[in-house]
Design a protein around this ligand. Structure first.
Ligand SMILES: Nc1ncnc2c1ncn2[C@@H]1O[C@H](COP(=O)(O)OP(=O)(O)OP(=O)(O)O)[C@@H](O)[C@H]1O
Length: 267
């Protein structure tokens, strides 16, 4: 790809970008949960994602890892159609995003949510049913039951009627996870779900993510903690504006790849 503007990031080109699966064909391979070709995203003149080619298979619990400002959140936003790429194509579950919108659940970064918005935990979870209901139907008894069950799965049933602004960080994170559960989407994107949560909540979330993976969902999780990455995830995507590597954790989460992602200071 050779766009005239903006100029490419100055760092050395990535040497070993993970190859796309050999059976992937056309822009939207049906066997991939996410398929990205030649993706470049810029804010103004500055590229924050450069020429990304990436295929994430279905049914993996995948981490997106990279330093601050590497473009991890921007990658999630690009998949969700929230930022307009300069170039490139993104396919979700074998199709462009728009017709697949209802198949994707999103657990945002806590800091990006207005917690003063006057709504209860149950109402937030019920939002996960809206895509199924369409424009003109309101959630009924069945949807409320599903929402309460999801709250129970994340251990939050007792706080269903609490205002979201009155919940702790870990509790808020679980509410958004419950919303994703209710949506029952095949693809779930989570932006730093462990940020600011205690060890017990972190384990609750990890257990849920594994259960969802075992049920066939694909999960893409922005993750910062290198100590836990290999233990939690079976697929890793290493990113620093460019894609450094993507693949099974055992073969991809290597010291060499981490050094290329973060510089030479990783031990
Ligand atoms: N709306 C925006 N307008 C301009 N620049 C932005 C915008 N959003 C993000 N950026 C910049 O783009 C770069 C990538 O941001 P992004 O949030 O995707 O990184 P990240 O890897 O998620 O970082 P972190 O680990 O700190 O959350 C950063 O340098 C950031 O300052």
């Amino acid at each position: 790809m050779t766009p005239t503007s903006p100029t490419p990031p100055s760092s050395e080109p990535a040497k070993a970008v993970a190859p796309r699966p050999p059976d992937a064909s056309g822009p939207c391979a049906a066997d991939s949960a996410i398929d990205i070709h030649d993706l470049t995203v810029a804010y103004g003149e500055r590229p924050v994602l450069w020429d990304i080619d990436l295929a994430v298979p279905r049914g993996v619990l995948a981490a997106v890892i990279g330093p601050n400002g590497a473009g991890k959140t921007t990658l999630i936003k690009a998949i969700l159609g929230l930022v307009r790429p300069l170039t490139g194509e993104i396919c979700v579950l074998g199709e462009p995003y728009s017709p697949r919108r209802g198949c994707v659940a999103y657990v945002p970064q806590r800091s990006s949510v207005d917690w003063d918005f006057p709504t209860t935990a149950l109402d937030v979870v019920l939002m996960g049913t809206y895509a199924r209901l369409g424009w003109f139907r309101r959630p009924g008894r069945r949807e409320r039951q599903q929402a309460l069950e999801a709250l129970e799965r994340v251990g939050m049933q007792d706080l269903a009627y609490r205002q979201i602004g009155q919940l702790s960080g870990g509790q808020q994170q679980r509410i958004f996870l419950a919303r994703a559960l209710v949506q029952n989407a095949p693809l779930i994107l989570l932006d730093e779900p462990f940020q600011g949560v205690d060890a017990v909540t972190e384990q609750t979330i990890v257990t849920l993510l594994r259960q969802l993976r075992d049920q066939g969902h694909t999960l893409l999780v922005v993750h910062h903690d290198l100590q836990t990455a290999a233990q939690y995830f079976d697929w890793v995507i290493l990113l620093n504006v460019r894609l450094i590597a993507s693949g099974p954790t055992a073969s991809t989460f290597t010291l060499e790849n981490l050094q290329r992602t973060y510089g030479t200071t990783v031990r």
